[in-house]
Write a protein that binds this ligand. Structure first.
Ligand code: KG4
Ligand code: ZN
Length: 351
């Protein structure tokens, strides 16, 4: 089985081709970072228009890389949600159009399910059951994963996502766009204990998260430091920014690690997978690895390039969907274009 995957839910145009026997045979990605940089955030309409420009050439290039023709594919998988609706519609309409032309099924894929399954593309893929910590720019959730397609959301964020908190705090510290990775870099040089920011929701039972209060705490501290002149242009100000970044990152990481361990305790599982953009954070990885090791568990990640948005994970998720009996009512002959800005993980598309 060979599946073409298309990802256009946000600001990355991604295409991947996954072969059930040979693994990933093509992977192309175009990042729109430079396009959105002057605006300090993703501009949805610009994102849609750029996906239109880039997607078809990327599909053609991926097919050429793999030495395949469209008609040799088994299916076309595309991200159907959640995400920016205009951006999603570009990938969905092209994906369904190509599938129709080639006479193969078009498979709508849940973006977070694809993130969740991305570690399975690696050589040391974990077995089920496991807990998934999904941490991206739009989502923060803990999921009980008993198998492909068998997901129970145990907890999620009540307000900002972890990546969103990283991005907003980075902006507050005057860091360039995209802020999350920049803040993480700066945090490596700071003192994690210099400022004591709240560990939101840790005192409460349950597995939900909340990051907006933490962002506000950093903002208040920044204002205070600005007011007393500590955050001017001096060399000392750079050190303070690094301490702020480090103390903020420590608060997010402590919360993510604490709740992940709680989810493992609650279910009795020993395996944790971490996926989504924030999963690339080195401090988060270091802490999870040491905690899991000390309790005889193991933590798994996707390869570095497959942590953030990409087409390979969509192709892989589409393949799993085919293997586990892609809903018969959607094929043959169903070329409905599915695109949903909101779509809860584990819920059917039609719900
Ligand atoms: O999964 P992703 O590429 O896109 C979404 O589906 O949202 O995640 C992007 C998010 C952004 O918020 C970005 O700032 C964050 O992941 N991110 C990081 C790091 N690398 C990316 N956050 C913290 N540390 C990092 N190293
Ligand atoms: Zn994502």
């Amino acid at each position: 089985m060979i599946v073409l995957g298309i990802e256009t839910s946000c600001d990355e145009t991604g295409v991947g081709i996954y072969d059930s026997e040979r693994g990933l045979v093509a992977h192309r990605l175009f990042s729109q970072v430079a396009l959105h940089e002057p605006f300090g955030g993703v501009v949805p309409e610009l994102a849609s228009r750029d996906h239109i420009r880039k997607l078809l050439p990327l599909v053609e290039a991926a097919l050429a890389d793999a030495g395949l023709r469209g008609t040799s594919l088994t299916a076309v998988a595309y991200t159907a949600g959640p995400g920016l609706i205009g951006a999603l519609l570009v990938g969905a309409t092209l994906g369904v159009g190509l599938a129709m032309t080639w006479g193969v099924p078009a498979i709508p894929v849940h973006h977070m399910e694809a993130h969740l399954l991305a570690p399975m593309m690696e050589n040391n893929a974990p077995e089920f059951p496991l807990i998934a910590l999904l941490v991206s720019g739009g989502h923060t959730m803990l999921v009980d994963v008993r198998g492909v397609g068998d997901y129970r959301v145990l907890g999620e964020t009540l307000d900002d996502a972890a990546g969103e908190a990283f991005d907003k705090t980075a902006k507050l510290l005057g860091l360039p766009y995209p802020g999350g990775p920049e803040l993480a870099k700066l945090a490596e040089h700071g003192d994690t204990a210099k400022y004591r920011f709240p560990r939101p929701m840790m005192q409460r039972p349950g597995l939900d998260f909340s990051f907006s209060g933490l962002k506000t705490a950093v903002m208040l501290k920044v204002r205070e430091l600005e007011a007393n002149g500590s955050l001017g242009d001096s060399a000392g100000a750079d050190a303070i920014r690094a301490d702020l970044a480090s103390s903020f990152q420590a608060a997010v990481v402590d919360t993510l690690v604490g709740k992940s361990l709680r989810a493992l305790d609650q279910t009795g599982y020993q395996r944790l997978i971490v996926a989504g953009g924030v999963g690339a954070n080195r401090s988060l990885r270091r802490q999870l690895e040491s905690k899991l090791e000390s309790r005889g568990g193991c933590v798994y990640y996707p390869g570095n390039e497959y942590c953030t948005d990409n087409g390979a994970m969509i192709a892989y998720a589409g393949l799993q969907s085919l293997k586990t009996g892609f809903p018969a009512d959607q094929f043959p002959g169903d070329y409905t274009v599915h695109a949903r800005a909101r779509w809860e993980l584990g819920q059917p598309l039609s719900a």
